[in-house]
Design a protein around this ligand. Structure first.
Ligand SMILES: Nc1ncnc2c1ncn2[C@@H]1O[C@H](COP(=O)(O)OP(=O)(O)O)[C@@H](O)[C@H]1O
Ligand SMILES: Cc1ncc(COP(=O)(O)O)c(N)n1
Length: 299
């Protein structure tokens, strides 16, 4: 069977833990055909981003046009965009209907602390997103206020969804969930994300994986959502699948020793790993997505 085409519009991570390289690995691992539009080249390893070279907006447009004419994507994700002109070029393609099922991962700062994007660029693309996946810091930067506890994550997801994307997931992967109690809301351990579906907010929780090898979690999460959308999942199911997938990819790489900084995930052995702590993504308040974890839908 011909696999569906999924496009990533993102930057290159020379260390291959995040960016285009992570996205293409996720696409391959989940059985879709990945294509790529490069927005920037980074000189990056597990410790640092040493240099960034932005691809000119005209070249981004040329890549988008060339690809979508011959290999039109069924779903698309964006990561690092670079400047506002590049974001405008991508927004132009979205406006023209060339970027269906668009998942926008608003990349601002790398795990190693380097600035990779600006809020102004992200704001130009958000209105076209079906799903946006900011982490807590990115949601805070876009909204201009702090986003700490689970209540604030839920409120941020709701507020961002009101401004454009139909679905918003505010991810809390930077901290074990017990640390999220400080900003209000339910106190529990685990990796907690807040999904706004437009009508309600669900808290998604999977076991926290204690590891330094967490470089590329956000890229892999948004890439997995796009892949599952291309395979026919509804958004809440695609999000629950992606959360389980990232948990397993983190588990798979937790004993790896690649580089001396934040190492990459194991994108390919997700179907072997079985994290403890129960079945598919749980939710608070409104019931979880049924049968949406890799164990039930993986191929
Ligand atoms: N150590 C971890 N254990 C379990 N899940 C994690 C961990 N780190 C990140 N995640 C999950 O990975 C996904 C991406 O989130 P996050 O790391 O917050 O993105 P970003 O890379 O943009 O900061 C979320 O579902 C988050 O809960
Ligand atoms: C090219 C590129 N894109 C995105 C990220 C963010 O990933 P992370 O937050 O894991 O560093 C990155 N470091 N490099």
């Amino acid at each position: 069977m011909t696999p569906p085409v999924v496009l990533t519009v993102a930057g290159s991570d020379s260390g291959a833990g995040a960016g285009i390289q992570a996205d293409l690995k996720v696409f391959a691992a989940l059985g879709v055909y990945g294509t790529s539009v490069l927005t920037a080249v980074t000189a990056q390893n597990t410790r640092e981003v040493r240099a960034v070279f932005g691809v000119p907006a005209e070249m981004v447009t040329a890549q988008l046009r060339t690809l979508t004419e011959d290999l039109p994507p069924v779903a698309v994700k964006t990561g690092m965009l670079g400047d506002a002109e590049v974001a405008d070029a991508v927004a132009g393609a979205a406006r023209a209907g060339l970027l269906p099922n668009l998942v926008v991962d608003p990349v601002l700062v790398s795990t190693s602390g380097a600035r990779l994007g600006v809020v102004e660029a992200i704001e130009r693309l958000l209105p076209y997103a079906l799903v946006a996946t900011p982490n807590r810091a990115e949601a805070a930067a876009i909204l201009g206020r702090t986003v700490s506890g689970t209540d604030e994550m839920a409120e941020a997801a709701r507020q961002l969804a009101a401004g454009g994307p139909r679905y918003v997931v505010v991810t809390g992967g930077d901290v074990d969930g017990s640390g999220l109690a400080t900003g209000g809301g339910e106190a529990f351990g685990g990796a907690v994300d807040a999904l706004c579906t437009g009508t309600e907010v669900r808290l998604l929780r999977r076991p926290w994986v204690p590891t330094r090898n967490s470089h590329g979690t956000g890229c892999s999460f948004s890439a997995a959502i796009a892949a599952r959308l291309a395979l026919g999942d509804q958004v809440p199911d695609a999000v629950a699948f992606a959360k389980e997938y990232v948990t397993r990819a983190l588990l798979g790489a937790r004993t790896w020793s690649l580089g001396s900084g934040h190492g990459p995930l194991d994108h390919f052995r997700w179907s072997d790993a079985a994290p403890g702590g129960g079945g598919s993504a749980s939710s608070s308040g409104s019931g979880s997505s049924r049968g949406s974890g890799p164990s039930s839908t993986g191929r």
